[in-house]
Ligand binder design. Sequence first.
Ligand code: IVH
Length: 812
Amino acid sequence: MTLDQARKRHAELVREIRMHDHAYYVEARPKISDREYDRLFQELLDLERQFPELVTPDSPSQRVGGQPLEGFRRIRHRVPMLSLEKVRPADHPTRAEEPDDALRKQRQDQNTLNELRSWDLNLRKQLRLDRLEYVMEPKVDGVSISVHYEKGRFVLGVTRGDGTTGDDITANLRTIRSIPLALQIQDPPAHLEVRGEAYMALKDFEALNRQLESAGEEPFPNARNATAGTLKLLDPRLVAQRPLRAVFYGIGHCEGIEFRTHAEVLQSLRRFGLPTQPEWWLCRDMDHLLEIYRREVVADYREEKDLRARLPYEIDGVVIKVNDMTLWPRIPAKARAPGYAIVHKPIHWIEPAETVLKAITVQVGRTGVLTPVAELEPVFVQGSTISRATLHNEDEIRRKDIRIGDTVVIRKAGMVIPEVVEVVKSKRPAGTRPFDLFEHVGGRCPACGGPIAREPVSTGEGQEVAWRCQNVAGCPAQKVRRLEFFTQRKALDIEGIGGIVAEKLIESGLVDEPLDLFELKTEDLARLNLGTEEAPRVFGEKNARKVREALERARTLPLGRWLFALGIPNVGEVTAHDIASFHEDLESVARSPLLQGVVRLEELAREAEAVNPHSRKNPPRTEAERRRRTEQYEALRQEAERIGRELIEAGFARPAARSGEGGFPACVTKVGPVAARSVLEFFASPAGKRVLQRLKTLKIHPRGARTAVSGGPLAGKTLVLTGTLSSWTREEASELIRQAGGHVAGSVSKNTDYVVAGESPGSKLDKARALGVPVLDEAAFRKLLVEAGVLKDSAQTTGQRYGGGSAQPELF
Ligand code: IVH
């Protein structure tokens, strides 16, 4: 594709994606399927990876996250972010008294509702008013955020923090597609701070956990926790991969805009293109509010219909606010909470449920990890019937002493993935025994009967010990999970090969390993029986053709997607793309000197620690030993330093910013030693070698985002262009840098190696100076290009432009 074609396609993609973002996140009326959207977005990313000069600050791709941060800047809130008082919880009667469930709940709730009436009465007395209007809205169980728009442009995003000061999480919030980067206002106010909640929609949260689990990582206990954990990540690229959303319900510091009522705020935010809650009620007075509450919020205490079941996110109560904002300053506040608003939590919303643990089954994941699952006596909890719950792992079962036959307390962690909170010991039947996973599965993998062993596995939080099926190549459960992983969206995006289809493909023997898909005959796939022998249900012609098309598309996907799809342990999406951007193809990854360097550095650090002459744990005992160890240590240090320098030169590492960062010697590599080792081991293994061989036979050659030039002054360097150069357009200069093995970035950070400044440079130059980034003028830049071997020599090229098309005189 030429640059011109790329630019045109890029503009189209940007326009379409923006329109779909609004339709999906704000209007909640998507116009295309998630899959189609993802395809557009992926196309944009792939395009920008190839042509970095197309990246603009408000390209939707900028939501994919920028450089990792060292830490968050602290920001003081101009208007403090307060919390809310709860309606005083009244004593509620014990549960068993009322046989009718709905009536019992109503009676329990009545006490707190009476408190709400007296709150209203008090307020009216203080304000000397007969009647007060209220807005009632769901209390979102997410993480509070504050987002600042200056002249309609998103400029700052902050956490609540302690209410007075929060963390600057702008880079992370920019990745949330439901937060517009520009407001839809003709004449935007000088400043508008909006406040709301970041959250994960329940279905997205479930999918995230499934994905973490299938990657052998620890799932999050609930959606709120997942949201909070995600917003704290220092790498916005990771944040961008998590399905965060936001809703807004209020304002903070404003200039050039005023609101009279809270209802007006909610309506205006919506009009500005900000996501607000789909349901909220303006109530004439407290009687009216309680009427709506009974009908709409708790649905006469019949849980199937209550508000929680209608919303895509979790809520843990309703917030009631005085509508007239001009009254707010007249209502005395509590220590940390305003007087004009209050939270009410229906009692039955906080109740956990009890049920009996009938059995424990064991599931086998992609990497063979065995996960115990609780099979429960079905019980209705918070809107749906639960019959299974995760037990995480054997240690968790031991810690909680969960036994088959126990009565257990179930909570929907995140209201979707249920978990066993605790055992009701008093109800334990006689004859139960502590759970032992090995014994439970008869010492064999429940899917293939193969041997199992207890091994360290890496989870989201680090290492953990788990039982694992050792029959990596032959276990059908692992094969199914690998196939699902390979075809998932973020990998090769082959729609239609998930769940039952994957199972049947493996079961029928049509597919044994993911690459078999490419040799599968469309007819065979069409005939695949997804049902039973008695009641057959075939996959079908049309679906098979779709899979075929997706497979064709997959053949040319970039290296990063393929590297991820292979499901190499410890290689997540970001790592895969990082590695891909430094390599040409899978062969060069397989024998990568960069990855070998990373692994060697870690070995050297370990060896050095063992001989460290200053070790406190193991000091030298004799002078001779001290001398010998000093020498050994020095030799190791020198080797490490040399490797570190090479990695830094190649752009695959940076010098550590702080002492202690990056260990021995100080350098921080792009990819850590665990992932690097894992990749090299994979390609050295018979399975990895087979993959390389088969790809060759299949004529699939995934290419890196760029062809790396090894060596030369610009190889692996990151450059930023600012101002106008006399010899080349920005695109031409970018192309030259790429040819020299460098990257072009859109903005200056501490990871920038050079800023190239032409005529009338912009603020990037100031930033470069502030950060101490070396600045090149045109002559110096030209010299480096010549040294890098992409320009013949400076005399010949002065004043010439290469045409970008066929005539490129100065380019080799
Ligand atoms: S209004 C002065 N409305 O609940 C505080 N807060 O416990 C005004 N929250 O930190 C907040 N949903 O993050 C308001 N519809 C809603 C809310 C809501 C959730 C959170 C908010 C606040 C916390 C207070």
